[in-house]
Design a protein around this ligand. Structure first.
Ligand code: SF4
Ligand code: SF4
Length: 299
């Protein structure tokens, strides 16, 4: 039986730290060094952008349904008004026939049971799509949640479940999860079942504050954490404060990545720095990061 692949989640607690660029660069470096594919998950389902760097080819597209909404059969409705009195969410619209405000409806089903004509039923509502794709580093699972779409934590859990299956199919050694910003449900879903969290921060007060919050979340799930300080040389004072804090928290700092204009150029042009500029300072530091991660994961 194949060994279960290790799971690495990349988290930042906030957007804009370069987490996705580093995830993509790491994924490319891992593929180059290990000479075997890995499975990639873009768990930032509210603003997925890993695909902008990896350019995956979509192989399967599926609808993501996360909620149920009531629908009224116009032919069967006698406009008795009972559903209007039943609904506690003001989701029934009076008329000939009555209808449902799909945004206000919570899918509780109360009106379904009280309608004397059995004119109301619940239907699954699409909130977006999820994709299984092939990228230059291996299978990739990603999604597009509709604007305002809810239950992004459930969608992240679905992507990870599909990722585990894809990893089994190709006997992948590693599943790399580019986590969502924040510490809410999607981040918690991204953490579930992972072996190691790579925390990516930058030397700024807001990023440092969010680093502490995401560390608390990871610790809550007993997940080992390591740290990478991106753009480490843009504020040496705060960078030193982060290093001191990490020592106190027993979080190894695996890499400090200097500000590198090549990183910005790669983002603008949809490139991966370890592929496009392997000799650049930042690419070399990301290679060092992978050396430390590989040891931490024992792979
Ligand atoms: S309870 Fe049924 S029949 Fe009465 S208004 Fe509502 S949908 Fe129409
Ligand atoms: S399912 Fe619940 S929320 Fe939706 S219309 Fe019926 S009673 Fe209102």
């Amino acid at each position: 039986m194949a060994n279960q692949s290790k799971q690495l989640v990349v988290l930042s607690g906030k957007g804009g730290t370069g987490k996705t660029s580093i995830s993509a660069a790491l994924a490319y470096e891992i593929k180059e060094q290990m000479q075997q594919p890995l499975v990639l998950i873009d768990a930032d389902v509210d603003a997925a952008n890993l695909a902008l760097l990896l350019h995956p080819e979509i192989q399967n597209q599926s609808v993501f349904c996360d909620a149920e909404v009531a629908q009224i059969d116009a032919q069967a409705c006698t406009a008795c008004g009972i559903c209007l009195q039943t609904c506690r969410y003001d989701a029934i619209i009076e008329g000939q026939p009555y209808s449902v405000d799909g945004i206000a409806c919570e899918g509780c089903g109360a009106c379904v049971f009280t309608c004397p004509e059995q004119a109301i039923s619940l239907h699954e509502e699409s909130s977006g799509f999820w994709f299984k794709s092939e990228s230059l580093v291996g299978p990739m699972l990603h999604a597009e949640l509709d604007p305002g779409g809810e239950n992004s934590g459930k969608l992240v859990a679905l992507l990870k479940q599909q990722g585990v299956q894809a990893a089994r199919e190709i006997n992948a050694v590693l599943m790399l999860v580019d986590g969502p910003p924040g510490t809410g449900c999607p981040a918690i879903a991204a953490c579930s079942g992972t072996d190691l969290a790579l925390l990516v921060t930058e030397p700024g007060l807001a990023a440092f504050h969010d680093l502490k919050r995401i560390t608390a979340t990871a610790r809550h799930f007993n997940m080992p954490c390591v740290l990478c300080i991106n753009k480490a040389d843009i504020n040496l004072k705060i960078k030193e404060e982060i290093v001191t804090w990490a020592e106190q928290e027993s979080i190894p700092v695996l890499a400090e990545i200097n500000f590198d204009e090549k990183m910005i150029e790669c983002v603008m042009q949809g490139q991966i720095i370890t592929q496009a500029y392997p000799q650049s300072k930042a690419a070399q530091q990301i290679k060092t990061l992978w050396t430390g991660l590989g040891k931490s994961l024992s792979i």
